[in-house]
Design a protein around this ligand. Sequence first.
Ligand code: SAM
Length: 347
Amino acid sequence: KVKALIDKLCLTRELKRDEWVTLIRERTHGTAEYLFELARAVRIRYYGHDIYIRGLIEFTNYCRNDCYYCGIRKSNGNAQRYRLSKEEVLSCCEHGYELGFRTFVLQGGEDGYFTDDRLCDIVSSIRTGFPDCAITLSVGERSPESYQRLYDAGADRYLLRHETYDCGHYGRLHPPQLSASHRRKCLWNLKKTGYQVGTGFMVGSPYQTPENLADDMMFLARLNPQMVGIGPFVPHHDTPFADAPGGTAELTVFMLGLIRLLLPRVLLPATTALGTIDPDGREKGILAGANVVMPNLSPAQVRKKYLLYDNKICTGDEAAESLNNLKERMEKIGYHITVDRGDSLNI
Ligand code: SAM
């Protein structure tokens, strides 16, 4: 039954909610292997064996929000807070450019210090200094005017995971000031502004059901984003979910395969969280249909402070300066890291 549903998804790119649920709930090792084979074929049809790299610059861990799962939530008094200056961000880009990065991802908590003026100044300096590079922002929920100003300053792409589609589930993961509907409104606003948009969710977040994941997939189909970032939930010791079980690599890669079939041209990273819970997570992600990796370009002294979850990898092959090791690992499984902006074909 599961195989037939995988075939149907591959052929029609459309499943009903109960079909998604069955597919997710009744998956087996065998059906997963079948899925990955199809997902790889689809990925190769559109993107060949290329892997795009993104230089991740975590430029602030101050955050006004209090998401129950996140290590940099406002209430975590043990987090050592930092912000990078414009000069520090630019020097990360310079270093990254030399290493072969042509996309920079500026990610941070929702930090009131970074007003539109300050953030636009940083974005336009990167735009001027690195005209052949894409600038991706991942700085949470802002007003439509703010998204427009940042876009006009030179940002091309925006990552904002919807986290979970279901309002009830969203409410169990976030304080009442935050809502699933506002988060989604922001995504539609970003799209309208002209950004290449990325969304996504955590796999195995507390209270998550196969029905929730089915709703997430159906939302992806409607939004039709250019990028989808998913990774396992990993507990952080200083959060209300310290003792909650984490998501598994097995379900995460299964969902990656499904996303590749649902949105064949999407850019799909094998995320840091997946690499954190499984030493072969990156490879497994790529072999399930992913085509992007995002090594860490943040200055070494702040990397450990951007701790969203426990044991987050930020050195070794995860670090941008170890790109050669990552290249070798990808070559071993038959894929090649390329020097390219790597724009989405899903336009
Ligand atoms: N503040 C921005 C936002 O809200 O989109 C960007 C930074 S936020 C820390 C980036 C992503 O980290 C979130 O979308 C969430 O999915 C992920 N994240 C946070 N805590 C996590 C955890 N404990 N395990 C796995 N992923 C987590």
